[in-house]
Design a protein around this ligand. Sequence first.
Ligand SMILES: NC(=O)c1ccc[n+]([C@@H]2O[C@H](COP(=O)([O-])OP(=O)(O)OC[C@H]3O[C@@H](n4cnc5c(N)ncnc54)[C@H](OP(=O)(O)O)[C@@H]3O)[C@@H](O)[C@H]2O)c1
Length: 317
Amino acid sequence: MRLRRICLIGGTGFVGRHLAARLIREGYRITMLTRRREAHRDLLVLPGLQLLECRLFDAPDLSAKLQGMDAVVNLVGILNEQRRGDFQRIHVELPRRIIEACRSNGIKRLLHMSALRADAEHGPSQYLRSKGEGESLVQAADDLQATVFRPSVIFGPEDDFLNRFARLLASSPGVFPLACAKAQFAPVYVGDVAEAFTRALQLRDTIGQAYELCGPKPYTLHQLVDYVAQITGHRRRIIPLGDRLSWWLGLLMEHLPGKPFSRDNYLSTRVTSLCKSPFPEIFGITPSAIEAVAPAYLGQRNTNARFNRWRRWARRD
Ligand SMILES: NC(=O)c1ccc[n+]([C@@H]2O[C@H](COP(=O)([O-])OP(=O)(O)OC[C@H]3O[C@@H](n4cnc5c(N)ncnc54)[C@H](OP(=O)(O)O)[C@@H]3O)[C@@H](O)[C@H]2O)c1
């Protein structure tokens, strides 16, 4: 399989940036489609990367932008709706349109990002049900050569998971109330996720498969937040909130700008985000542990905070 021109849809985000850098190192030519080119101009420093604005839900525009591609990677996803119906539009309707655009351009290879425990019928949240529906559409498109990825939560520099807790811990007083503290995850390193996608493009045996991606160790959210507090030096008394309070916190916070937490997020944690088996052998990857990666980028936050405190002290008069 000699694929050279890869289109990343949703590639301007956390995973996409790591994946683009990895694919470029491998010699692929990358086209990224985005809603707002101006917002992601910093990506143009990547050699050979083409960043195109696209109205993803406009069939002729999407089809035109996919012309000449050898493979498409769909990374578009949201954790919360900004408008009613967003989950359905983004996790189900968009994959449907991407499949159609692949067909009309004769593109066979499609890598699709889903999520661990996505399940169209039994998912406890709209997020997991809509991700499951999108994934089923991709798997049903058997005229294409599709591969689906289902990661647990992903960590790495610029993640919105450990970094978010680091920010929240830094700005909280002595105590830190934590919703869904018992939720379980096996965080997977973004570098390993990017590597699995890259190798999938080269391995024919991955066609028609769905892969769960987890890191080497399970943690509760409580353990993870405790770990972040330790690494960043922002030790707080973590107060785990029970189910009812977590739900109420979701109700409250989904009315804040940007919806930092919602009842749907709470419902997603009602199932454990743990894989049934170790990292798929076919990729030949030994997944990285949080402890091997996170201190380098979380510790940096701590160093910066200490430096800023010192600077404020030095300028105190
Ligand atoms: N991060 C995790 O822990 C995790 C875990 C499991 C699964 N996943 C899945 O992995 C994929 C990538 O995650 P990520 O963390 O890299 O996400 P991200 O940083 O939020 O990036 C997602 C991209 O999707 C596009 N997008 C967002 N809202 C959109 C909308 N309303 N319409 C069209 N495009 C939209 C954005 O591109 P533009 O702004 O350029 O248009 C954005 O760059 C997602 O499908 C996510 O569900 C992530």
